[in-house]
Structure formats: C-alpha cells, structure tokens
Design a protein around this ligand. Structure first.
Ligand code: FPP
Length: 261
C-alpha cells in the first residue's frame, strides 16, 4: 500500500501555488521531514501563560504544517510529540500532554480523513493511557488507506530504544533460525525499525534554538540535512517551514561521496 502511495504523486500534477509563490523547486522536495517541535513552554512563559498552553498552541501549529507539507508534496512528516524521557516532567504536564493527544486524535481525525492524511505512530505503547492507545489504533485504522501525506507521530519514542528493539528482534530471528548472521545488513536492519516503510529521512527541523538531536531518529538521521531555528514551535508558521525547504534545496548533499550538483 505504501509503495502505491509513493508512486501516486508525480510531476504531471499541477505545481501547487505555494511552490510558485515561494520560489521552491517542485522537483527537489524533501520526501521525509522530521520535526522536533521545541519551545512550547518558553513560548507560553513569554506570554505569562502556563507551559501547557504552549503545548496546546503547538498541537494547533502542527495541523498547519501538515497541510502545507502535503500541499507541496512532502510524503512523510515524523513529529516528536512525546519522548521516552518526557516522563521525567511533572505529572501535571505529562497528564496534560496525554489529554491533549487524546483530544487531538478525537477531534482531528475527521479532518485528516477529509484531507487524505494517513496517520501513523512510532514509539512504545508501554505506560501510555489506555484511552490514548485506543485513539491511536482508531486513527491508524480510519486513515490507513489514505494516499496523501503520512503523519508519523512519535509518542513515547526514543531513538536508542528503537535501535535496541530492532537488535532484539533480529537476535530472536537468528536464534529461531529465521535469519542468518550473514543476512544482517543495512537493509535488513532498517526493515526492523519503526520507519521501515517510510522514505529515507531528508530533513530534520528543530525549533526553539537548541542544537541537539534529543534521541530522535538516531539511525535515520545519518545523512539528513539539519535546519535549526530560534523560533519557538508555536510561532513556526508555514512561511518558516517554506524557508527551511528553500534552504534544504541549496544544500549540496554528497552522502559521503563527491559533488552531486
Ligand atoms: C517541546 O517543548 C515539546 C514537547 C515536549 C511536546 C511536543 C508536543 C506538542 C507539540 C503538542 C502535542 C502534540 C500533539 C500532536 C497533540 P518544551 O516543552 O520542551 O518547550 P521548552 O523547551 O520551551 O520548555
């Protein structure tokens, strides 16, 4: 099904207005973008509001970014909504984010469905409230045949855990005689990651000013381009997103080789 999704968008489609107006080359759109949506708390604090208000505004902002990304032809967006380390935050904030997820997955599913967005998740289910898990299953089930952008929400996600889980599954397959050690190569390893049927990661966008990876998509990031901004996530409008794409299009991606341009 995913293969079909990747083949459905082609160059014969009309070039979206946003691309023409924003000076973006339709032939060179990043296929898969990762988002570290940082700065919600600081944004809220600057407005004299509780941190949770920033998370609410951040969730609203994500909807806009999904729309514009889909409009310009991005195939997949992986958004870091809750990390394996975020459990260390005060219970009140964790509870708020869980409630927000529940509400988001209740209220937005019809819109995602209408807009042909395919919703998926990566991360561990351990410790997530039952109601959130049910909403996640429902969102996947309802949108699984959609052929537009894939919104891959990272919830209770950690890059190190993802790699460990892949190693464990591969080890079990070897132990059970389903796989030989010689068959373990890059393709085999990638097929055991959460992102196994997503396009390679092209671009990581981090808002909020910090210059670190924070345990996000450690394997997939190997040759992704990184774009940082001081802008807090709730302020990250479509215009900033398009700016990141324009900058991506100027990069000389060599993947360890020599000039490609
Ligand atoms: C980082 O900001 C953000 C998070 C830990 C959570 C991200 C969550 C959302 C954008 C909203 C939830 C998303 C959905 C889809 C419902 P921060 O709290 O670390 O901000 P700070 O660095 O200013 O403290």
């Amino acid at each position: 099904m995913l293969k079909k999704i990747f083949e459905t968008k082609n160059c014969e489609q009309p070039v979206p207005k946003q691309l023409i107006e924003s000076n973006i080359n339709p032939q060179f759109i990043p296929q898969h973008i990762a988002l570290i949506m940082d700065g919600n708390g600081r944004w809220a604090k600057e407005q004299g509001k509780p941190r949770t208000y920033g998370h609410y505004a951040g969730a609203e902002r994500l909807k806009e970014i999904v729309r514009i990304a889909d409009n310009i032809g991005v195939k997949a967006l992986s958004a870091y909504a809750f990390s394996t380390e975020n459990w260390k935050r005060p219970a009140s904030e964790v509870n708020f984010i869980m409630k927000l997820l529940d509400r988001y997955l209740t209220n937005e599913i019809d819109t995602f469905q209408k807009n042909n967005v395919c919703v998926r998740f990566m991360g561990s289910r351990d410790g997530l409230p039952k109601n959130v898990q049910e909403k996640m299953d429902n969102a996947v089930q309802k949108t699984k045949d959609n052929t537009g952008i894939i919104l891959n929400l990272a919830i209770n996600y950690g890059g190190q855990t993802e790699i460990l889980e892949a190693v464990k599954r591969i080890a079990a397959e070897v132990k059970n005689g389903l796989l030989s050690i010689d068959e373990i190569n890059l393709n085999c390893f990638e097929s055991h990651l959460y992102t196994k049927d997503l396009p390679p990661l092209d671009l990581l966008i981090r808002t909020g000013g910090d210059r670190r990876i924070s345990n996000f998509m450690l394997w997939q990031i190997a040759y992704a381009e990184i774009w940082n901004t001081e802008i807090y996530w709730p302020d990250f409008s479509s215009e900033f997103f398009l700016q990141a794409i324009r900058d991506f299009q100027k990069r000389d991606r060599r993947f360890g080789g020599l000039n490609t341009k």
